[in-house]
Ligand binder design. Structure first.
Ligand code: C5P
Length: 208
């Protein structure tokens, strides 16, 4: 029997990570945060003094990625947010990360969160969720996360940065962020984490 893959795609701060992690725990499946791969590539480029928009630097970093790169604690800052989406727009970077993601899915199955899991990485995933929320709700959530980490940053700035990143992710030529045709849409604007999990479990159970 094929390992079960659940794709959880959607824009920044829609609640994908929390939801995907919880689904994985509930269903006894491994979890893979694919955004972390792009973040680690961007971090590597920045540490080497390069620009995430430079195709040669970005491809070299993607090919050189190691498990230790994914365990760094500095992958969530605003420079890495933007850098990740800049390296992610480049075909050679996406190609370099594809085998790892597909291999992970083929070996153990899992709940995978990202932007293109249902469309490109695992088009045959058993369940596909596209998780969204209003831009205001998402900016507010990300702002609260930053506040909790002690970062004093205006809400408007968080909202503006997020809008730039989402627009770049949706407009790129290769594997743009969009719902797969057979994805179930889950809007979490009015849902807390608990309610979002309940809705997601209902959608998942209908397909298992
Ligand atoms: O999900 P997260 O915000 O950590 O992703 C960081 C960036 O990585 C996204 O803005 C997007 O550009 C890129 N990404 C992607 N495809 C994925 C996961 C993330 O392009 N499957």
């Amino acid at each position: 029997t094929e390992p079960v893959v659940i794709a959880v795609d959607g824009p920044a701060a829609a609640g994908k990570g929390t939801l995907a992690r919880r689904l994985a725990a509930e269903l006894g499946l491994p979890y893979l945060d694919t955004g972390l791969l792009y973040r680690a590539v961007a971090r590597r480029v920045l540490l080497e003094g390069g620009l995430p928009t430079d195709p040669a630097a970005a491809e070299a970093a993607a090919r050189a990625l190691t498990p230790a790169d994914l365990e760094r604690t500095d992958l969530r800052g605003p420079d890495v947010d933007q850098g990740a989406s800049q390296v992610a727009a480049q075909p050679a970077v996406r190609a370099a990360l594809l085998d790892f993601q597909r291999g992970f899915a083929a070996r153990h199955g899992g709940v995978m969160d990202g932007r293109d899991i249902g469309t490109v990485v695992c088009p045959d995933a058993r369940v596909k969720l596209f998780v969204t929320a209003s831009p205001e709700a998402r900016a507010r959530r990300r702002w609260l996360e930053r506040q909790a980490r002690g970062e004093a940053i205006p809400l408007e700035e968080v909202a503006a940065e997020m809008a730039v990143r989402d627009a770049r992710d949706a407009a790129r030529d290769v594997a743009p962020m969009r719902p797969a045709e057979d994805a179930a849409l889950l809007d979490t604007t009015a849902l807390d984490a608990e309610a979002a999990f309940g809705e997601a479990m209902t959608l998942v159970q209908a397909k298992l």
